[in-house]
Design a protein around this ligand. Structure first.
Ligand SMILES: *Cc1c(COP(=O)(O)O)cnc(C)c1O
Length: 393
């Protein structure tokens, strides 16, 4: 176990969440498939009934697989507590359900992941929660939007599809002055490139489906918080019967062990391709927080310690459907698929302008989101170059 706070992330992910001494020396924790877990004595049964049993009493409470992964997550995130859910969206839904009550007001960033928006508009509103969106560049201006009943400010930085970086410290300061909690979807940066705890975020959420799993073979979400907020979040988690299965937990734990190493490769290749794309004649803009003309770039430089492999680019022209189809179908290495953060490169066309309600996004032409995988970067560039050359200008 790596409880040593002085260890660097590469060491923490390798040494945390293991107990070979309890498992015949085996390096990796075993996968416990369990619904029923037996009580040895009536005394143990009684302890479980009274919530005093040290270990899980039922599969839904999470087995050792769960506990060891939770330990690794807390170590790498730097949070006191974590909850593991069966998808990233589910982590968002449970968090907001736990925190909000009818009559409460939530402020959500306009550039948020669209399923988060659907959850807010289609579920939270039905339960009498007042939902309002704010512009990603708002910073301390959020203060004017905070009302007496504002319970939560929900951030996602950088924003999905358009990659604006938010001024999280300014938002945290305003929120805490008025007793609101700050929830952050930190999936893009992972715990390695944005330290949510250090920046005062109350609850950070990750879709572990992306970089933490890293191999496009599992769905999982993570909610991390303080001891103080934990009982509130755990209440809804428990009452809605959320749990993540042991095989997925095993895969995610295995993914986490190489996260720092993989992320460096994703970062380097994505930066290389982003700079290259910027110089192509067909391209109007590249939306990547590490590029100086990306909105919030200065904030990224101030608050983040790296950039991951997901970004967007905008063409100078709007492609008609036939040309768009030809461009995408001609790519050999960039495959079309949702999700991101896996070993394989992906591309999808995106229409962020159709989603926003506060601040219009006005792309010059057709926009695409790419997830840069672990292939050779020259091969990836050649693939894009080949696709772009068919578009002329
Ligand atoms: C994918 C994603 C989610 C949802 O995660 P799932 O595991 O797919 O449910 C949430 N936020 C962001 C930013 C995402 O990209």
């Amino acid at each position: 176990m790596s409880k040593n706070k002085n260890h660097n992330p590469e060491t923490t992910v390798v040494h945390s969440g293991r107990e070979p001494e309890k498992n015949f020396g085996v390096v990796n924790p075993p996968v416990y498939h369990a619904s029923t877990i037996l009580f040895e004595t009536f005394q143990d049964f009684k302890k479980a009934e009274e919530g005093r049993l040290e270990r899980a009493a039922y599969g839904r409470h999470g087995t050792q697989s769960y506990r060891l992964f939770e330990e690794s997550l807390c170590a790498i995130i730097g949070s006191e507590k974590c909850l593991i859910t069966n998808s990233g969206l589910n982590a968002i839904a449970i968090t907001l359900t736990a925190l909000l009550t009818p009559g409460d007001h939530i402020l959500i960033v306009d550039s948020t992941y669209s399923p988060t928006r659907f959850f807010a508009d289609q579920e939270l509103k039905r339960f009498g929660v007042e939902v309002e969106y704010y512009a990603p560049g708002i910073g301390a201006g959020i203060s004017k939007l905070i009302k007496k009943n504002t319970k939560v400010i929900y951030c996602e930085s950088p924003g999905s599809l358009t990659f604006e970086v938010e001024d999280i410290p300014a938002i945290v300061k305003c929120a805490h002055e008025k007793n609101a909690l700050v929830v952050l979807d930190n999936t893009w940066a992972t715990p390695l490139f944005f330290d949510a705890v250090k920046h005062g975020v109350d609850i950070s959420i990750h879709s572990a489906t992306k970089y933490i799993g890293g191999h496009s073979d599992l769905m999982m979400g993570i909610i991390s918080c303080s001891e103080k907020l934990f009982p509130t979040l755990k209440r809804s988690y428990k009452n809605f019967g959320i749990i993540s299965g042991p095989d997925d937990i095993y895969l995610a734990q295995r993914g986490l062990r190489t996260l720092p190493t993989r992320l460096k490769a994703h970062e380097k290749a994505a930066l290389d391709i982003a700079h290259w794309l910027k110089n192509q004649p067909q391209i109007a803009r590249v939306l990547h927080p590490a590029l100086p003309d990306c909105p919030g770039h200065e904030l990224w430089k101030r608050d983040f310690t790296g950039s991951s492999g997901l970004f967007s680019f905008v063409l100078k022209k709007h492609l008609d459907e036939a040309t768009l189809g030809k461009f995408l179908d001609n790519l050999q290495l960039f495959k079309m698929g949702y999700s991101w953060g896996g070993f394989e490169s992906l591309i999808i066309p995106v229409w962020a302008e159709k989603i926003r309600s506060v601040e219009k996004f006005k792309p010059e032409g057709t926009a695409f989101r790419v997830s840069i995988g672990l292939e050779n970067v020259d091969d990836l560039k050649a693939d894009l170059a080949n696709g772009l050359s068919a578009l002329k200008n």
